[in-house]
Design a protein around this ligand. Structure first.
Ligand SMILES: O=C(O)c1ccc[n+]([C@@H]2O[C@H](COP(=O)([O-])O)[C@@H](O)[C@H]2O)c1
Ligand SMILES: Cc1cc2nc[nH]c2cc1C
Length: 337
């Protein structure tokens, strides 16, 4: 599909409510197969659950995972004028070049797990507006970013990881989460690339100012007023993946803020997604519990770029290899219990 399925926020909202469900027949068949494999029941722990979930979304009881796609969306944030990051805004464009030259962590991880890596830079020369002064994006801009994400998904992929790069985007994510879930901004604000205590107080002030200025409970309005283009693009890509029956592994804090917007519109919009890892960004654990997602990995990572989710591709590949490749008790002539 070359065009997005929506051209307004209202149409995007309708897409989220209309997406497909997993194929319960395939899921039941996968559960039955899992029960016959040569292992004590439950001995592969969560690997069994994620293989069965994946089978349901792929519509077969014996799936394979051969074509994972990782997409990094990059964008710039006007709110960096408020001194919210430990790094200067020009790092966003510099890191895009690094991704293109193969020098970033995500390039190595994509190679390790056999994933195709695509990089989309969204209007880097035109940062979003500083959300303490005006809405970050117009409706046309946020729809454009959602559509970039929607169109970036390869329908032939059998797994999607959405990653991001954007100096200042943990402030944007914190503001979105404060607006969605409530409470003081301090609950949802972390240190990002590493601000000190004074920097964290400043960031919290900025988050509270933005949330107060754009008082709205509409999740897509929250995305428009407080978000970034890369956050909207991740939301668009996650939504497209569901429409194509492509399972998603969510990355860290910023990716989860995009997912949280979708979840607030329609909780089922994340049924095809699992949480790849728990980020070291302080509030991430609370975000995941609001989304009802248990992270697969907890390695103290807080890089972004899709890196934690990319590592989790290896876990999911392992789960599917066992599920689809193991012999049953009958096939192997092993006595069951
Ligand atoms: O994924 C995470 O959980 C995560 C946590 C902290 C920082 N980051 C990355 O760091 C950048 C944002 O940090 P900051 O301090 O500039 O807001 C952005 O490029 C993210 O990819 C990512
Ligand atoms: C160097 C650097 C690399 C990153 N990758 C994702 N976010 C990042 C932020 C910085 C500062």
């Amino acid at each position: 599909m070359s065009n997005a399925a929506f051209s307004t926020l209202a149409e995007f909202r309708a897409c989220l409510k209309a997406g497909p469900k997993l194929d319960s027949g395939s899921m039941k068949a996968a559960e039955a197969r899992n029960g016959q494999l040569t292992k004590p029941p439950g001995a592969l722990g969560r690997l069994e659950d994620i293989a069965i979930w994946y089978a349901g979304w792929r519509g077969t009881d014996r799936p394979s995972l051969d074509n994972p796609q990782i997409i990094i969306f990059a964008a710039n944030h006007g709110v960096t004028a408020q001194g919210v990051s430990a790094f200067p805004a020009e790092v966003t464009a510099q890191m895009v070049l690094n991704f293109e030259h193969g020098g970033a962590a995500i390039n190595q991880l994509a190679d390790c797990f056999g994933a195709k890596l695509d990089v989309h830079a969204l209007s880097l020369d035109t940062p979003t507006a500083d959300f303490t002064k005006s809405p970050a994006m117009s409706e046309a801009e946020v729809v454009d970013a959602l559509a970039t994400g929607w169109k970036a998904v390869d329908p032939a992929a059998d797994l999607l990881v959405t990653g991001e790069m954007g100096i200042g985007n943990t402030t944007s994510a914190a503001a979105i989460l404060t607006a969605l879930f409530g409470g003081d901004g301090s609950v949802w604000t972390g240190r990002g690339t590493g601000v000190d205590d004074t920097g964290l107080d400043n960031k919290t002030r900025v988050v509270n100012e933005g949330v107060t200025l754009h008082a709205t409970s509409d999740p897509l309005e929250i995305l428009r007023c407080l978000g970034g283009r890369e956050i909207a693009a991740m939301a668009g890509a996650i939504a497209r993946a569901r429409s194509e029956g492509i399972p998603v592994i969510l990355d860290g804090f910023i990716c989860s803020s995009a997912a949280a917007v979708l979840h607030r519109v329609a909780p089922e919009a994340l049924d095809h997604a699992i949480a790849g890892h728990l980020s070291a960004e302080g509030p991430h654990a609370d975000v995941l519990s609001h989304l009802g997602k248990e992270p697969l990995l907890n390695l103290g990572m807080r890089l972004g770029e899709g890196s934690g989710a990319a590592l989790a591709i290896g876990v999911l590949k392992g789960a599917i290899a066992c599920h689809s490749g193991m012999a049953t008790f009958a096939e192997a002539g092993v006595s069951d219990g």
